[in-house]
Design a protein around this ligand. Structure first.
Ligand code: NDP
Length: 477
């Protein structure tokens, strides 16, 4: 069986307690790997290693840091097959998607290798003085990530963190730590000083909490549930730490009367069901103009029934299992709640039948009609493959419904009218608005949430700023 250890001070290590846990494949519950499980003490050792490495890495020139980050990207690409296979085995996603995730994480490292060189500072002249404004690395960062995109979401943090000159301790999700650990190992092997990149496994409430509470970390970059983010923000306050929070979402998808209905249905199906709906910017609620509701729903149901479901290691599979039994149970509960409150089941609603599906956490893509805001699927983050649909009469009504949530991560609008598109984009309360696209992620542009979906931005030059402090040097003339 595959063995996964932690990475502390450049060395692969077991935990002080020697504790291990078994990781199981969500497609069949077979054991996949034995993982070292750390504790608060292991987290402290990793933080101390990162603190010792900080003066070395932060004083390494930007050009040299860029070279090492490019080498890290190459190494991740070189090991992509192996890392992707681990990702499918622990998380369930189809191998082709796992590979895309690993390769895109290498692109993130390349991007920040160059972005790190472009942090120029400022020069300001006053009558009796000159001001130099410097940007310097914030210090040791704690990088805490979830299981749905364990490699990519970690790369979004590792890239800017290292480019800025910070060192880090990463805490991958307890139930899917394998690929993330291999990713950091590849980055470390590319020539980082020992201790610049560390990984500690273990429970969020213990290892994660130590990384947040210990005064050595000066910056917490977190992706995960809003509740966990709230806890982290409160506890980071004890030492006034910098925090970036990428939290939950409940993303609306508006289909206007003048939209290309087939394109909208294809886009909605892909973003509602890929990764089994376990995406923070997944389509969670669909609002469709009454005039085009019938052809849109028909096209969406057709799309939902076309996906091939199965073990992610099979080459032709579109959707793997859900990540865990708990995740599938929550999805079932949300569907049952909607049906009780009057929704119509248009497709899916249960696990697929057959021997191949008996042991895994499979679930069919589910389309619900006649949805309304009394239903949990329309208000909470299901994090499952469910697309509930509600009809609207006017754009104002659609925007009002879309904003009726405490979340604000992404929102989508399909229309062929520029004025409608801009009115909707200006009125929607979310950090990312997709117009005639079903994805608001672009490596060069800011990503993050409004309201309870988060704080701060990742990606683009915004991602780098999150790891930099500002210093004003005033020179008397
Ligand atoms: P969690 O918040 O449960 O966990 C995320 C990470 O935080 C895990 O590594 C977890 O460890 C750790 N953790 C848990 N408790 C603490 C704590 N008290 N202190 C420090 N760390 C802690 O999220 P999930 O893993 O369930 O991920 C799903 C969530 O992530 C969804 O809500 C989704 O919307 C959100 N997400 C947001 C994205 C965004 O960019 N906005 C992108 C992707 C996902 P452990 O695994 O041991 O519990």
């Amino acid at each position: 069986m595959y063995q996964s250890q932690m990475l502390i001070n450049g060395v692969q290590v077991s935990s002080l307690s020697g504790k291990v846990e078994i990781i199981r494949n969500p497609a069949n519950q077979e054991p996949v790997a034995e993982v070292t499980v750390g504790s608060r003490q292991d987290a402290c050792l990793a933080l101390e290693a990162a603190r010792r490495a900080f003066p070395i890495w932060s004083l390494t020139s930007r050009q040299e840091r860029a070279k090492i980050l490019h080498a890290a990207a190459d190494l991740v690409r070189h090991r992509a097959e192996q890392i992707a296979r681990l990702l499918t085995l622990e998380q369930g996603k189809p191998l082709k998607n796992a590979k895309m995730e690993v390769l895109s994480s290498a692109d993130v490292l390349d991007f920040y290798a160059e972005e790190g060189k472009r942090d120029f500072g400022e020069w300001i002249s006053s009558s009796h003085s000159r001001s130099i404004v410097l940007r310097q690395p914030v210090g040791v960062a704690a990088l805490i990530t979830p299981w749905n995109f364990p490699v990519d979401l970690l790369a979004w943090k590792v890239g800017p963190c290292l480019a800025a000159g910070c060192t880090f301790v990463a805490k991958p999700p307890s139930l899917a730590p394998l690929a993330a650990t291999e990713f950091v190992r590849a980055v470390s092997d590319a020539g980082l000083p020992a201790g610049a990149a560390n990984v500690v496994h273990g429970a969020g409430g213990e290892v994660g909490a130590e990384l947040v509470e210990n005064p050595i970390s000066r910056k917490i970059a977190f992706t995960g549930e809003t509740e966990t983010g709230r806890w982290i923000m409160a506890h980071a306050a004890a030492h006034i730490k910098r925090v970036s929070l990428e939290l939950g979402g409940q993303s609306p998808f508006i289909v206007c009367a003048d939209a290309d209905v087939k394109a909208a249905a294809a886009a909605a199906a892909q973003r509602a069901f890929s990764n089994m709906g376990q995406i923070c910017i997944s389509v969670n609620r669909i609002y469709v103009a009454e005039e085009v509701a019938e052809p849109f729903i028909e096209a969406l149901v057709k799309r939902a029934e076309r996906f091939k479901i199965g073990d992610g290691l099979q080459p032709d599979v579109d959707l793997g299992p859900m990540f865990s039994g708990a995740q599938r149970e929550k999805t079932r509960e949300h569907v049952a709640d909607a049906l009780e409150k009057g929704a119509a089941l248009l497709s899916g609603g249960q696990e697929p039948e057959g021997e191949d599906y008996e042991k895994g956490y499979f679930f069919r893509p589910t389309v619900l009609g006649e949805a309304d805001h009394s239903m949990r699927v329309m208000r909470e983050e299901t994090f499952g493959p469910v697309a509930p649909i509600m009809k609207f009469k006017t754009l104002e009504e659609a925007i009002h419904l879309a904003n009726d949530t405490e979340y604000g991560l992404a929102a989508y609008v399909f229309t062929n009218d520029l004025k409608t598109a801009l009115c909707a984009a200006e009125g929607l309360e979310a950090g990312g608005i997709g117009i005639n696209v079903n994805n608001v992620v672009d490596l060069q542009a800011p990503f993050g949430g409004w309201k309870e979906s988060g704080l701060g931005r990742e990606l683009g030059h915004y991602g780098l700023e999150a790891y930099l402090e500002t210093k004003h040097i005033r020179l008397g003339m």
